[in-house]
Ligand binder design. Sequence first.
Ligand SMILES: Cc1cc2nc3c(=O)[nH]c(=O)nc-3n(C[C@H](O)[C@H](O)[C@H](O)COP(=O)(O)OP(=O)(O)OC[C@H]3O[C@@H](n4cnc5c(N)ncnc54)[C@H](O)[C@@H]3O)c2cc1C
Length: 286
Amino acid sequence: MIPYEVEYLRASSVQQALSVLAQNPEAKILAGGHTLLPMMKLRLARPGLLVDIGRLPELRGITVHEDSVSIGSATTHAELEANAELRQLAPLFSRAASVIADPTVRNRGTIGGALVHADPSADWPAVVLALGAEMEVVGEQGTRRVPAHEFFVGFMSTAVAPDEVLTRIRVPLPVPGRVAYRKFRHPSSGYAVAAAAVAIEAGQDGYAWGRIGITGVADAAFRAREAEALLEGNFTGLTDRVDAIVDAAFAEVSPLEDNFADGEYRLQLGRVMLKRALLDALEPLG
Ligand SMILES: Cc1cc2nc3c(=O)[nH]c(=O)nc-3n(C[C@H](O)[C@H](O)[C@H](O)COP(=O)(O)OP(=O)(O)OC[C@H]3O[C@@H](n4cnc5c(N)ncnc54)[C@H](O)[C@@H]3O)c2cc1C
């Protein structure tokens, strides 16, 4: 399919991108283009002007601070998979990145594009929810920090307004010590039919808490709060609570349905992925 004719601007700064967005309601940010360009070819999106932020140095790369890791929104999936420091500090990133689509998509697609597009089957939403990340969103009025659990507001819809740019993803350190990601891939696209990200911290006093991010199952990725409440408590015996945690995670969920997976099948895949992720996270370190 051939895209229609469209104006293109390679932004020289986030500030320039913001003022172009403010002056052109038909303009849209372009990052890796791996969602927006296919949508334009299918005429599902029709921006009149593409504002390319994909190569802005201020939006690329991973910076480690004392209490957080800051990831530029235009950092590619492949860069997140390969970064040795991130692999050590927050291994969920490399685990999730390694199962996104294929090398071509991973080399061009960006974490920011995936988060703002908010496909209900995208991988990164589950990861940022489980890690309690914060999104830095910049507009002409200033900068906002949006916690991951307030970022995904509905089907392909986020807290980012059309005239704003997601600039960075901040992950608090230290990341919980036991993390896992399990995904049932769609056999054709590689997107998650159902996937679960789990981050559990077990203190020296034997007290455990954790976060659970689920993607693929409902119209937007979500934190399984009821399940997290059951997870919290004595670490010993957590394995015995796994089935109850899984039940609680999906008790109130209205599942997505499509030609590949009806609601019942999708919920069942979600349960299986979460159970496996919990058991992975609970395995003795060694
Ligand atoms: C064949 C194929 C398979 C795929 N499989 C998977 C998969 O298994 N798992 C998965 O998670 N994803 C998958 N994807 C999606 C892929 O990860 C995309 O790269 C990602 O969804 C979008 O990132 P992008 O950088 O390409 O964004 P773009 O396509 O450039 O932009 C996407 C949307 O986000 C907006 N946007 C982008 N960046 C910003 C920003 N910083 N601030 C504000 N708005 C912004 C754009 O305006 C646009 O609306 C797949 C894509 C393809 C083509």
